[in-house]
Every structure is written in structure tokens, then in C-alpha cells.
Design a protein. Structure first.
Length: 728
């Protein structure tokens, strides 16, 4: 393309973390290609990245700070100092009256590491509250909990290059073909180039990913732990475990073994709704493979048993000694582009930078020393995780929330509670690149944020690879980088010295000091080095090449160096079907949309395949309810209603239906699937169960998709039939 200069960048969507090559003409991006030199994608990209250009300057960009003149009044344009001093005055008043835990922050896996760091430092080190959580809690918290409990610290041990070496893929709870498409292409290529490579897919739906499988285990939703325990029991019986590895490098094997042996394949088959022979086959394939690689995502993590499900997968690798070696290991696929960076920098309410935790006094002391605050400034009490934060807002315990770069009024479960929380909070600050969104319409203060490619910072992908995202164009209007907004606010709160960062590089340099000596030591990573190419952590020295694979010396991140097996017990999901709500609803993504469509929804080409919400339902369930393909149906749970078109398909298991989560109530009151989901969460990771709730279905006559004021609106749509399931 004539007069076009090409710059390297990084995809702002999923955790595959593809490198981009951005064509810029007349100072603005005009074309996106894959960066051939980036090791995550070697030049390939998916449709979402290819259609980034129309998402940069849509008509609904937030351009100026705005403050609502009074409750129920209009948002009116103001200056940055006026907007931030308004927030500062409210924060001071609320903290003085109710204590620091009466305020909270809710961020996103789409923030840069620098933005995460500055908000985290402000909340935990200076305001004195650990109420800084992010939407990673809805995404990868269970994987993080499982890695920490079994391997001694968070962090996926494997790399994408292991895909080209693996001879068996166990893909669980992940429609990789749609949600991590470039990773999936690598799996497909490996499969095509090596006839011996096998693929097992565990998913209640027959997805495009399952189409690649040599063995598709279409289990009943929520029964993964029973399956993996039974696989382990087969391996024990067949003497396919690595006794030497277990004896030399692990602890607690007997507990895991004992639990697994209670799961005969026949018993698990009955629970999982699949054949026992398939369980045996999966176990034999896994144990006899030289290099099994287990990939998982939200179908495992978003569950009240999410941590146990991930632990059960890791148990399989520890029992066979297939971890820390080329081509094998447990490998969670991160949802968002920098959910990993968020975890590294302490962006969950129990964490501090460098995989430290607020519960540990030494960890608090390390961080307080660098931040220049007394150790008791950092509270030893974990802050509120995502769902609890919004529950506390709804209950009036937390008075003010600052929401950054995310849209919880669409993505959180049980939307009625979230909307109530946002309506009744004393102060809602929304920092976003777009307005209006389902969340920003509740804002008392709206802060316009720069988006890709208007800001500089680093992001870490699923394989621990840190890339530098450069600023290629100036943000529009008065929008600013997220970290700059946080630092300006901190200075306004009186913390000038600690937040006087001149640029994002200075933020990164302060953060990387805090990683020295930790499992994610990135002392050897600088902006200069990242400009030459991405680096996998740990990378403790300037001349260190980065680390493709963790635990290659079989020494795990516990003091004794031994990994821990865990007894993983199958538990029923929090809300099981009954005669009133006989079907299971599971939720997920469509191929070409990202989260709440604030960006991908602006690219017409991406909307074609699924312009409206839909519900997949099995032909027998559809027939029993009088539902035909394409008709509008009402899906009802104890918490609310979804109305969408039925897609009758045998590719979903009987008794299960599926709906995507991208649409919120702004698209139509009853188009939001999270009207239906519940707030029950995993007791360890506090991740919510977005993959399982009980619903009923019926056809809706004369429903007009363009108009939610349909001729026959759903009866008692919100709030009058609510039984809060709060078993977290
Ligand atoms: Fe971006 Fe993910 Fe697509 Fe790669 S696979 S181009 S990171 S959305």
C-alpha cells in the first residue's frame, strides 16, 4: 500500500497475544496484518484483529470528562481537574466516614500492566483498601488458584511451542477454534503434520473444536472432576503412573490416589453421561502419550468447582510426570490480552505485585518498603472479589466504585443485582473509551480513556510472553492513558511523590523492581529490550534469554521444591435442574465478537454471523417445549428472563442449552443472558459459575427482535421471582 508505514503492535483482544503489523497512512491505522516475527502467531491473525480499524474512532468514543449534575440529572462536560477533584472529595468523605473499605475499584484484563500497577498501588498502598479486583476474577481465577495450590505459584508452565511438540491434546472446556483461533490453527497444523497426534475434547457442546477431536467427551456440564478422577483411577490400575517422579518431586499423592480410586469409570460414566469405554480410552491415550498437553479455559474455570477441575487436570500431569518437559504440561488459555499481566502485578483483591499475597506479612513488608509506606498501610485482609464487591455496593456497605475499562453491567452474573448496585451506589466512576455503555449510563463521573493503539504499555499472553504495545496515534478529545488518570488522581489525593511517574516506562521500571527474586522475576526485561521483541518470564538478567518452560528441573515453587497433589472431590453445581427449571443453561462466546461488543460490534463484517443473541437447544428439548428452529423463545431462570431466537441443533447435549453473553440490556432489556445466571462461586478462587444455571424455555408469540416492547412481553421479567443463590 502506497504511502503506508508499518508499525509493530499487539492485539488488544484475547490471551493468545498475537503480534500485529499496523499499516498507518496520514497518521492513522488503515490496515492490520499479523506480525510474522511474533512467536505467538508468526503472521497469522483472526477476523477480530483484522477488523480493528473501524473500532478505533466510532461515534460513541468518550472524549471529555463528565460529571452528573445531580442524581438523575445529566452528565455534563467538565475539565480533568474538576472531574478528579469531585471524585477525590467524595473518596475523602466516604473514607473519613466509613473507612477505606467503603471504596472499591473494578478493573479489567484489558488494562496494560502499568495501569494495573498504578491503580493497585493507589488502592492497596495509599488508600488502605484491598478492594481492587478485576474481571479476571470471572475469567482465570480458578486456574491461578490451582497453579498456586499445586505448583507453588501462579503461571502456566508450558509454551505455544509445545503445541508443535505435543502428541496428545486434552482440550477441556474451551472452544479454542472460536475463542483462541490462532492457537487452534497451530493445533490443527500439528495434527495434520503428525498423524500420530491425538485430540481429546471435553465439552458438553459439539463445537468446531470438538470437530477436530479423535475423541469427543460430551460430558454433562459440571462433571469434569468425576471424569478426570476416573481417568486417574484407570492410570493407577493400569500402572501407567510415574512412581519415581511422584516419589521424588511431589507430596500428597495418597490423598489424590484414594479419591481417584473411588471413581470407577462406570461410576464416572453415569455421572458424566458418557460411555465408560471412552473414559478408559482417554486415560490410556493420555498416559501412553509421550507429550500430552492439556489446554483449558472458561468451561473449567467458571464453576463452583473451578479450582478442583483445574487441580484434577494438574494431578494427571503430576501422576505421569508429564510436566516441565517439551511438548507437555497443563496450560490454561487466558481469556483477555493482559489477564496474565494483571495477575503478575497483583491485580486481584488478595494479591500484591510479584505473585505476593496480602495475607503474608513479609510480602506486605517487601511491597511497602518499595512504595515507601509503613507496612501496616497495606491491609492483611483480602479485599472484596468481583461479585462480592457488587453485592457490597448493592447492600450499601461499599459506597463508591471506580470501574476501569470493563462493562460489568453486561458481564457479571445476575444482572439485576449489578444494576441495583450501580443505581444505589453513592458514587460510580466509570473510566472507559466508550459512552454510553450498559455500565457508563450509571456513571456519576465519566473519565475518557485512551484505547488501542493510543497508549503505551506491556501485556503478557497465555504463555507468559511479555510484549510492548506502542502508542501509534494520539487519543481523541481529552482521553488519557488509564495509568495517567490513576496517577493524576493519586496526586490529587496528596500522594504526589509516589505517583510522579513521567511516563509508562517509569511505571514499568518501578514494577519490575518488585519482581526481583520472585517466581516471575523480570529484572532483565526493559522497554528497550521489548522494542526488539517479546520475552517470556522469568527473565532475571539482561542477558537471560527468557523462559519457555517452567519446572524443567522438576523443582516447584514450594520451599521443599515438591509439587502438591490435591484430593479433588466432585460436587454438584450450585443450582441443579428441577421440575420447574429442567434445563441447564451454559454461556459463552460467538466466533467474531469480543466481550460486550463495545469494539467488535462496530465492525459490520464481524456482526454478520450472529447479529442478535440466540439460544442453542437440542431437538428433543425443543420439541417437548413446542419450539421450532428460528422462533423466539423465552428462557427463564429464578433471576430473570432472556428472549432470543432458537437454534435447534443436535450439537448440544439433550437437557442443555447455550446462549452467548455479548449482549447487555442496552440492546434490549431481555437480550442479556446474564439476566439468568447466578452468583454462586468457587470457594477458593471466588470465580463465578457462568456455565451452569437451571432454566425453563417456552416459545414467545409475536416477539419482535427490534423492539423489546413486544406484543407479548415476558411475564414477571425481573425481580419478582428471584431466589438468590449465594453459596460462595
Ligand atoms: Fe487477537 Fe486473539 Fe485473534 Fe490473536 S487470536 S488476533 S490475539 S483475537
Amino acid at each position: 500500500m502506497e504511502n503506508t508505514r508499518w508499525e509493530k503492535s499487539y492485539c488488544p483482544y484475547c490471551g493468545v497475544g498475537c503480534g500485529l503489523s499496523v499499516g498507518i497512512r496520514d497518521g492513522f491505522p488503515v490496515k492490520i496484518k499479523g506480525d510474522r516475527e511474533h512467536p505467538a502467531n508468526f503472521g497469522e491473525i483472526c477476523a477480530k484483529a483484522a477488523h480493528l480499524v473501524p473500532t478505533i474512532r466510532p461515534a460513541d468514543r468518550a472524549l471529555h470528562p463528565m460529571v452528573r449534575d445531580k442524581r438523575g440529572g445529566e452528565l455534563r462536560r467538565t475539565s480533568w481537574p474538576a472531574a478528579l477533584s469531585y471524585v477525590a472529595a467524595h473518596f475523602r468523605r466516604i473514607i473519613a466516614l466509613h473507612g477505606p473499605d467503603a471504596v472499591g475499584f473494578y478493573g479489567s484484563g484489558q488494562l496494560t500492566t502499568e495501569a494495573y500497577y498504578v491503580f493497585n498501588k493507589l488502592a492497596k498502598g495509599f488508600l488502605g483498601t484491598n478492594n481492587f479486583d478485576t474481571n479476571s476474577r470471572l475469567c482465570m481465577a480458578s486456574a491461578a488458584s490451582a497453579y498456586t495450590a499445586s505448583l507453588g505459584s501462579d503461571g502456566p508452565p508450558a509454551s505455544y511451542e509445545d503445541i508443535e511438540l505435543a502428541d496428545l491434546f486434552l482440550i477441556a472446556g474451551s472452544n479454542t477454534a472460536w475463542c483462541h483461533p490462532i492457537t487452534f490453527r497451530r493445533i490443527e497444523k500439528r495434527r495434520q503434520s503428525n498423524g500420530e497426534t491425538k485430540v481429546i475434547v471435553v465439552d458438553p457442546r459439539r463445537t468446531e473444536t470438538a470437530d477436530l477431536a479423535d475423541l469427543h467427551l460430551g460430558i454433562t456440564p459440571g462433571t469434569d472432576v468425576a471424569l478426570f478422577n476416573a481417568m486417574l483411577s484407570v492410570m493407577v490400575r493400569e500402572r501407567l503412573i510415574d512412581e519415581e517422579f511422584i516419589a521424588s518431586h511431589t507430596r500428597n499423592w495418597e490423598a489424590a490416589r484414594e479419591e481417584a480410586m473411588a471413581w470407577e469409570p462406570a461410576k464416572a460414566a453415569a455421572v458424566c453421561g458418557i460411555g465408560s469405554r471412552d473414559i478408559v480410552r482417554a486415560a490410556l491415550w493420555f498416559a501412553s502419550a509421550d507429550r500430552p498437553l492439556s489446554l483449558w479455559s472458561m468451561g473449567v474455570n467458571q464453576s463452583t468447582s473451578g479450582t478442583d477441575k483445574a487441580l484434577a487436570i494438574i494431578n494427571l500431569h503430576l501422576a505421569t510426570g508429564k510436566i516441565g518437559k517439551p511438548g507437555c504440561g497443563p496450560f490454561s488459555l487466558t481469556g483477555q490480552p493482559n489477564a496474565m499481566g494483571g495477575r503478575e502485578v497483583g491485580g486481584l483483591s488478595h494479591l500484591l505485585p510479584g505473585y505476593r499475597t496480602v495475607l503474608n506479612r513479609e510480602h506486605r513488608a517487601d511491597v511497602a518498603r518499595l512504595w515507601g509506606v509503613p507496612v501496616d498501610r497495606i491491609s492483611p485482609r483480602p479485599g472484596l472479589p468481583a461479585v462480592e464487591l457488587f453485592e457490597a455496593l448493592a447492600a450499601g456497605v461499599v459506597k463508591a466504585v471506580w470501574i476501569i475499562c470493563t462493562n460489568p453491567a453486561v458481564t457479571m452474573p445476575d444482572l439485576e443485582t449489578v444494576h441495583r448496585a450501580l443505581r444505589y451506589a453513592e458514587l460510580v466512576v466509570v473510566q472507559d473509551s466508550f459512552h454510553p455503555t450498559d455500565t457508563s449510563i450509571h456513571a456519576d463521573v465519566l473519565l475518557p480513556a485512551a484505547q488501542w493503539p493510543e497508549k503505551e504499555g506491556v501485556m503478557t499472553n497465555s504463555e507468559r510472553r511479555i510484549s510492548l504495545v506502542p502508542k501509534l496515534v494520539d487519543p481523541p478529545g481529552e482521553a488519557l492513558d488509564d495509568w495517567e488518570i490513576a496517577a493524576m488522581f493519586a496526586r490529587m489525593m496528596g500522594f504526589s511523590e509516589a505517583f510522579g511517574f513521567p511516563d509508562s516506562e517509569a511505571v514499568f521500571n518501578e514494577y519490575r523492581k518488585l519482581t526481583a527474586g520472585t517466581p516471575i522475576d523480570i529484572s532483565g526485561v526493559t522497554y528497550d529490550r521489548l522494542r526488539r521483541g517479546p520475552v517470556q518470564w522469568p527473565c532475571p538478567k539482561d542477558d537471560h534469554p527468557g523462559t519457555a518452560r517452567l519446572y524443567s528441573n522438576a523443582r516447584f515453587n514450594f520451599e521443599d521444591g515438591r509439587a502438591r497433589f490435591h484430593r479433588t472431590q466432585f460436587r454438584e453445581p450450585a443450582e441443579v435442574p428441577d421440575s420447574r427449571f429442567p434445563l441447564v443453561l451454559t454461556t459463552g462466546r460467538v466466533r467474531n465478537q469480543w466481550h460486550t461488543m463495545t469494539r467488535t460490534g462496530k465492525a459490520p463484517a464481524l456482526l454478520k454471523a450472529a447479529p442478535e443473541p440466540y439460544v442453542e437447544i437440542h431437538p428433543e428439548d425443543a420439541a417437548a417445549a413446542g419450539i421450532t428452529d428460528g422462533c423466539f423463545i423465552e428462557v427463564r431462570s429464578r433471576r430473570g428472563v432472556l428472549v432470543a431466537q432458537a437454534r435447534v441443533t443436535a450439537e448440544i447435549a439433550r437437557g442443555v442449552c447455550f446462549a452467548p453473553f455479548h449482549w447487555g440490556r442496552m440492546s434490549g432489556e431481555f437480550k442479556a443472558v446474564n439476566n439468568l445466571t447466578h452468583r454462586a462461586r468457587d470457594p477458593i478462587s471466588r470465580q463465578v459459575e457462568l456455565k451452569f444455571c437451571a432454566v425453563n424455555v417456552r416459545p414467545v408469540a409475536a416477539w419482535n427482535s427490534d423492539n423489546d416492547q413486544a406484543t407479548h412481553p415476558p411475564e414477571s421479567a425481573h425481580g419478582d421471582d428471584i431466589e438468590v443463590s449465594d453459596v460462595g
